[in-house]
Design a protein around this ligand. Structure first.
Ligand SMILES: C[S@@+](CC[C@H](N)C(=O)[O-])C[C@H]1O[C@@H](n2cnc3c(N)ncnc32)[C@H](O)[C@@H]1O
Length: 175
């Protein structure tokens, strides 16, 4: 498990409830949540990414605990207060409207549930941008964990802790 993913799930700790992972990508956070005991639903809007995640999860034996769903984080197809944990790992900067996604995360999280958000720090942004440049592409991440923290505090009165990890900063709060 990558150090940033481990630091994120360690903040949460082991559990047995229902966890939603937003922006599945290659499935790192979905796998980590499964390994920490949660029943995981993971949502991703790119079908090719979903297929890769499925392969990865199958290979490391986590697919059994993870339901992969094709959908949009801006309109989560779940009832209010469905999940004990709502998590997202380095995906918020990909969202068209991260505030709308945060609204959705708060909506589907149970009262007393946990919201766990990892976002690239300055070093992580440089590394990822460099990787994309090498492949002839471009990557820009404009938001920071402080933007996310500020929005949740000002809009919902939610406060939590931030942990600085290697390439990411991680925020955890209770609803
Ligand atoms: C860098 S990856 C995240 C890494 C991933 N969380 C992991 O654990 O490996 C970002 C992912 O967010 C997805 N994404 C972007 N916008 C989305 C949206 N509106 N709804 C769902 N997924 C989205 C992208 O397709 C991409 O696969």
């Amino acid at each position: 498990m990558e150090i940033d993913v481990r630091n994120a799930v360690e903040m949460l700790g082991r559990g047995s409830g229902k966890a939603l992972d937003i922006g599945t990508g290659s499935g790192r956070m979905a796998a980590a949540l499964s390994q920490y005991g949660y029943q995981v639903v993971s949502i991703e809007y790119n079908v090719e990414a979903l297929k890769r995640a499925e392969q990865n999860l199958r290979q490391n034996g986590d697919l059994e605990n993870v339901l992969l769903i094709h959908g949009d984080a801006h309109n989560l197809p779940f009832l209010d207060e469905t999940f004990d944990v709502v998590a997202t790992y380095n995906a918020m900067h990909h969202m068209t409207d991260y505030k709308k996604v945060l609204d959705e995360m708060v909506r589907v999280c149970k009262k007393g549930g946990s919201i766990l958000i990892s976002e690239l720090n300055e070093y992580g942004k440089e590394i990822v941008a460099e990787r994309h440049r090498e492949r002839g592409g471009h990557h820009e991440a404009k938001i920071s964990i402080e933007d996310i923290e500020e929005y949740l505090k000002n809009t919902y009165g939610l406060t939590g802790e931030i942990k600085n990890s290697e390439k990411a900063d991680i925020f955890l709060c209770k609803k």
